[in-house]
Design a protein. Structure first.
Lengths: 250, 250
């Protein structure tokens, strides 16, 4: 029987995110597309460019989830150490991949331009397959349930989009939302009651703060569309009963 | 003797981040300010609103780091479960905090407005102290080496700014950067050589991709300002020797 729930973890590898220099832009993209494919992103870890940390995190995550995605650290420089440590996590050797090397040959006009650093990008774990990179020379790889991708959003997105159709997922998670101008403390009691009656729906309450006034967006998520529709109606009725004239239901 | 290196972990708690609905905006703010205070953010975990996950993650992180910060899940609704699970992580009871309750009394004109849901915001772990929230009724708390803060960036920042002066850190991490229009594979070999000679400096290479052309920003970080200045000069000389006319050094 097919599984009901498929989960994924994302490992964001890079000192530049942890230093605050670069803002992660990949999480929302991956999260939304996974949801549409019936896979839930249930854990994200941001870790430094450090070999043992990469090995430990990859091994912990691939045991705990159906799919693991990594971003960052696959380029040609000394601080790009994802691929070699994914190989170590799987306990396999690295080898020059012919297909990846040919891609480098095609990318650089002169074979003499393929320095040792550039060649590194064609060296992948034994048993891994390539994830095409239509933008630059660095290669994404797929080994076991782990997908190693670039950190640059444009390249990551191209890689992820090519992987996505190959994933097996469950029913997609659908979401509805009800926005109102009430502070969340006002809807809290009624909302808890609705949540208690709809266990198949997960209801989140998110405060907004604009122009010195509080408002709340109530987000309902689940795979059962009928329950979702009914509970969304109840939430809309709740905020109306509390004085909201015009809830925005999406 | 004072420690050389202080580390911190950030735990971002919230289904809304994992679903892709909300983009985390707190990591860069916390990372940069910690750096200035000589504390390095070395790990970020984004986890769902799930009791046992919160307990396990808080306990793992507080054992591994000097400081742990959490964001999200401290409001009045059913999906706000951070505070109660931090109490469980520490194995302490929850109790009504007089100061927090007085803050609620001051916030709401009519004591009858303090519903059970709102009262929940004044119930904190035994032994915890409050982190002031100048914006809303939800209370931040400090217990052991863990700081529990709001998820809304404006409120989180106010809480974090009030905590920051109380942290003990090491020397601040200073960074310099050299930007050039060379692809990173061109600087890789020379850069690795510089990195090998400056072990006290951490050098990162970050590709840029603009208007169909690759460029690279090389970021040098460390606590030894003399080594940082010398290595930055070497990186600038490297990119000039490779044909960059006008590296931007910051």
């Amino acid at each position: 029987m097919a599984k009901e729930i498929y989960t994924a973890a994302l490992i964001i590898i890079g000192d530049e995110i942890l230093s605050g220099r670069t803002k992660d832009a990949n999480t929302p993209y991956i999260a939304e597309k996974l949801n549409e494919s019936g896979v839930r992103l249930t854990e994200v870890r941001i870790i430094p460019d450090k070999g043992q940390t990469i090995i430990d995190t990859v091994n912990e995550m691939r045991a705990a989830h159906d799919y693991v995605f990594t971003t960052g650290g696959i380029g040609p420089t000394h601080d790009d150490m994802t691929t070699e440590n994914v190989a170590k996590a799987f306990g396999v050797e690295l080898e020059l991949n012919e297909e990846a090397f040919n891609a480098l040959l095609a990318y650089y006009d002169d074979p003499a331009d393929i320095t040792e650093s550039r060649k590194k990008m064609a060296i992948i774990p034994k048993g891994a397959t390539l994830i095409e990179n239509p933008v630059s020379g660095a290669t994404g790889i797929h080994i076991g349930n782990v997908y190693v991708m670039a950190g640059v959003p444009r390249i990551m997105q191209a890689m992820f989009d090519s992987v996505l159709p190959t994933l097996v997922g469950g029913k997609p998670v659908v979401s509805r939302s009800v926005s109102c101008n009430l502070p969340e403390s006002e809807v809290a009691d009624g909302l808890a009651d609705i949540q208690n009656r709809y266990t198949m729906v997960s209801i989140g309450s998110y405060p907004k703060y604009q122009n010195g006034k509080f408002g709340t967006t109530l987000v309902l998520r689940g795979i059962d569309e009928a329950a979702l529709a009914k509970s969304t109606q109840e939430v809309a009725d709740l905020v109306k009963s509390l004085g909201e004239d015009n809830p925005i239901i999406v």
